[in-house]
Design a protein around this ligand. Structure first.
Ligand SMILES: [Zn+2]
Length: 115
């Protein structure tokens, strides 16, 4: 399962950071998830709940922030949000664009660590 290995990777990052700080508990992990990341938010949430079992992060929360899908249109020279991953066309002129400015993210952006 794709999401499970991603969830395990996220936990690994958080555990390393916790260790570096002397084993302080991680309260929450914030991740950014783009519509083109290939990962579904609900699937990642349930994979995380599975992956954190028995780890040092068993009580931590996963906070997923979904990013918009934004493409750049070379013709209009604008960056514009598009509503669907299946329609990567400029909303103004309709030109297809593969120039994705925002939407491929799958990254840990912040950790909430107990002080
Ligand atoms: Zn355009």
């Amino acid at each position: 399962m794709h999401e499970l290995s991603i969830a395990l990777g996220i936990i690994e990052i958080a555990e390393e950071e916790s260790d570096r700080r002397g084993g302080v508990p991680v309260l929450a992990i914030h991740v950014k998830l783009g519509p083109l990341s290939g990962v579904v938010k609900e699937a990642l949430t349930s994979a995380y709940e599975l992956a954190r079992e028995g780890s040092a992060l068993a009580d931590s929360r996963l906070v997923i922030e979904e990013t918009p899908l934004i493409i750049r249109c070379a013709r209009c020279e604008i960056e514009e949000a598009v509503p669907s991953v299946y329609d990567l066309c400029c909303p103004r002129c309709g030109t297809p664009s593969a120039d994705v400015v925002c939407g491929r993210e799958l990254e840990v952006t912040a950790l909430e660590i107990e002080q």
